[in-house]
Design a protein around this ligand. Sequence first.
Ligand code: SME
Length: 137
Amino acid sequence: ANTSLNRDQKLLAICQLLSDSISYYNWVGFYFANHETKTLHLGPYVGAETDHTIIPFGKGICGQVAVSNNNFVVPDVSAQDNYIACSFTVKSEIVVPLFVNGENIGQIDIDSHVIDPFTEEDERFLEFVNQEIAKLY
Ligand code: SME
């Protein structure tokens, strides 16, 4: 039998590992870009269910990263005007784009229940995680 994991199963396992290992990673998921419709689509995730399965480019933290191609660290979500609230328990967020052959195909999105937990170490770590994920494509 073929017991190997498909890509979405691997991404889900990565979400699970990250949320289990790092106390302040309270929601971990992936969004993937559709460049024709200019929308992001929710992929594998671990954490509270979210209504935001489709996000237009430019909208919220995730939508802004789809356009900017840059990491976005939000120490305190209450200070953001272009922000999509998923849960009142979420206090901060980090989004790091996922590049495959130089193209921004999506992003890893992490929500935290504490204020200002994300450092440059998280950014470098999540960039590394995404570089490893890019090898699955
Ligand atoms: N807060 C995000 C929306 C996605 S949820 O965090 C899962 C945003 O502002 O783009």
